[in-house]
Every structure is written in C-alpha cells, then in structure tokens.
Design a protein around this ligand. Structure first.
Ligand code: 3PG
Ligand code: MG
Length: 392
C-alpha cells in the first residue's frame, strides 16, 4: 500500500480525496462531528504539500436519486469553519464537470462534490463513472476507512485510473485495529446493535469462532426475537434472515460461543413517544422495540464484568430519545468503569456508537474508538476490505 504521507512533489496536484462524512444529522443540524474532526490532519498535510483538493463523500442512502434531505451542504459548512478556508460545494451534475471547468478561480483550494450516492453508478462500482471521476484529478486518496467495506466507484474502481494512496486517518485506524486483533485477551465479548441489520448479520457467522460471547441488542436483536417465535410488533427487522440465524445458533454451539439476546425490552408507539417495559410475551402488534429492558441490562453488565476484551458496535436502542437511552448508557458506563480500573481492553466503532459515547461523555474511556461501524466488523472478521484491497 502506498501512503500519502510518504509522497513528495505534490505541489499543484489535484487530489481526489474520498472521505466518509456520513455524520448523524437531525433537522438539518449535525449531531456529532467526530468523523469530520478526525479527518482534519489529511487536509493539513495536503495544504502543506500545496495541493488542490476535491472532496468526495456520501451521506445516507439516497439510492442513486437526488434527495434534498441528504445534501452535503451542512457538512461542507462545518468543514469550512473547522479549516477556516473557502470550501465550495459543487452541485452541478458530475458528468458536466471536467478538469478545465474546475478551479477556474485561482483562490479555490477545496471543492466539495455533492453526495456521490446521488448517482446510481456509485454503488455499482461502475468503470465509466469512476473513470470520469478520476479524470477530474491527478491522484486519489482514500481516507475513508469506514466505507472501505463498500465496493463502490469512488472507493474501489476509481483506483484503476489514478495513482492511489492511503490517507492518514485510514492508516491510523488500520494500525490500531491490527494491534487490537493481535493482542486480544480472552474472554472476548462482542456487542452488536444498531439499525443496519443487513450489513452486519452476515458478518456474525465469521465472528463466532473468534469470540466467547456475542450480544445482540438494538435492531440486530429483533430478528433473533422473531426467530424465537416472539412478536416484534412494527420494529425494524431484516426479511428472510431465518437461515442466517439458524446458522448462527448452530455455529455458536460448535465453537462454544454464547449468543445473548434481550430477555425483556422497552417499547414505544413511535420514536418520539414514551417508554414502557415489556416482557417478550407482552409485545403487541403496534409496538416498536426501542431499547433493551432492565433484566437484559443486568445480564449484559454481568457479562462485561467477566470479560477481558469488549468490542462494541451499534447502540442498544434509540438513544436519541432519552426514554430509550438507558440500555446504551448502562452498557457504556459499565465498560468505561472497567476500563478505568484497567480490567478490560475496550474498542468501540460506528457513526452512531461514536455519537453515543460523546453523549455519555465516555469517548476517552475506551482504548480505541473507530469511526467505522460495518467496516470495523468486517475487519474483525479477518476479511480484506474491498477499498483496502484496491489500494494494494
Ligand atoms: C457508515 O456509516 O458506516 C459508512 O458511511 C457506510 O455507510 P453505508 O452502510 O450506508 O454504506
Ligand atoms: Mg453510519
């Protein structure tokens, strides 16, 4: 892998910089800026080398359509403030851009392309689209470890058309995760929650042989509850996951890995509403499961107590509403407490998990916090991520 930090003679070059600025946004306001703050070093480095920069990022999952709610405008504004530089959002159709109509104003140093997932070609890892993107710059830098598990045009195929380098944050994340996986101490517990069920559920099978306990919380747990015959009301779930879950239980027996899932839950009628504790047999058809219940919290706390390593991706509930935050808060507080006593090694990852740790004020109580969620889990699986492979 070639690293941007080792490159000389970059003066005047146009760098296509892939970042993951997929930050949580509520009512047009960014609720957690960690992913933006973490990538400032690569800008500093590129300014010192006197390059020009075209930022490429995505936000959410617009599925190839323009969507005003998923504009990168607020992120562009935030970046402008943090860098104290002019950052120009380019909203024109990418296919109408070419090298000669960019950076026409000599003061322009940073151009920021509108959400790359507004183009259906992005998620198809499309050669023509990537080639066109590549034609806008001189070199490519991937500083988006957290979307390097996606074989998408601006992460993978683009590397076929330009000299390509690893960014500073990507390097930091990989080095930290390498250290974590080589020095890991048993018993190892992995807590998996959040709402992106489809990306994660298939990863779990490969994690089972490596871990002693896998705890399902959040949206991830709903499918297990359903598999076990419980009603989950109108809670989020992944269709057709029965076979995967069956495999998960079979494999866990074979490898003596305990699978833990909620014994009770907190439900609401909507995201904004009040909370009610329910046993699993009390969940009604119009209930939304939005947090784990007190018995489940107690069980998880006990498992954390007896673990030496904790890996955590994905909140236990909809913590954005304080009524549904207790599960995530109690898990976080317990890990932080054990960490302070030097009794466990703890690593957390993911956009929402990072926001949660900041909310509780325990970001610095973890040994390492990765900005990556899905990529973090796939890295733990031992897979070479497509975006990293493309750089090699
Ligand atoms: C993330 O938030 O994990 C990355 O930005 C990837 O997003 P995705 O799951 O929508 O591909
Ligand atoms: Mg995310």
């Amino acid at each position: 892998m070639n690293y941007i930090k080792d490159q000389k003679d970059l003066v005047g070059k146009i760098v296509l910089l892939r970042l993951d600025l997929n930050v949580p946004i509520k009512n047009g306001k960014i609720t957690d800026e960690t992913r933006i703050s973490k990538i400032l070093p690569v800008f500093k480095h590129l300014f010192e080398k006197k390059t020009k920069i075209i930022v490429i990022s995505h936000l959410g999952r617009p599925k190839g359509e323009r969507n005003a709610d998923l504009t990168l405008k607020p992120i562009c504004e935030s970046l402008k403030k943090k860098l104290n530089k002019k950052v120009k959002l380019i909203t024109e159709n990418i296919f109408e851009l070419n090298k000669s109509n960019l950076f026409v104003n000599s003061e322009d140093e940073i151009l920021f392309l509108e959400n790359i997932r507004f183009y259906k070609e992005e998620e198809k890892n499309d050669n023509n689209f990537s080639k066109h993107l590549a034609s806008l710059g001189d070199i490519f830098v991937n500083d988006a470890f957290s979307c390097s598990h996606r074989a998408h045009s601006s992460v993978c195929a683009i590397t076929k058309f330009l000299p390509s380098f690893a960014g500073l944050q990507l390097e930091t994340e990989i080095n930290a995760l390498k250290r974590v996986t080589s020095e890991i101490k048993k018993p190892i517990t992995c807590i998996i929650g959040g709402s992106k069920i489809s990306s994660k559920i298939s990863v779990i099978k490969n994690l089972i042989p490596k871990f002693d306990n896998i705890i399902f919380v959040g949206g991830m747990a709903n499918n297990v509850l359903k598999y076990n015959g419980h009603s989950i009301g109108i809670s989020i779930q992944e269709d057709d996951s029965e076979t995967i879950i069956e495999d998960i239980f079979k494999l866990s027996k074979k490898h003596s890995c305990s699978i833990i899932f909620p014994e009770d839950v907190i439900v609401g009628k909507n995201l904004e509403g009040d909370a009610k504790i329910k046993e699993l047999n009390e969940i009604s058809n119009d209930d939304l499961i939005l947090d784990i219940g007190p018995k489940t919290i107690k069980k998880i706390i006990d498992i954390i107590e007896s673990s030496r390593t904790i890996l955590w991706n994905g909140p236990a509930g909809y913590f954005e509403n304080p009524h549904f935050a207790k599960g995530s808060f109690e898990i976080g507080k317990k890990i932080a407490e054990k960490n302070k006593l030097n009794e466990i090694f703890s690593v957390a990852g993911g956009g929402d998990t990072v926001a949660l740790l900041n909310d509780i004020g325990i970001f610095n109580s973890f040994n390492f916090v990765s900005t990556a969620g899905g990529a973090f889990l796939e890295y733990l699986e031992g897979k070479e991520l497509p975006g990293i492979k493309a750089l090699n």
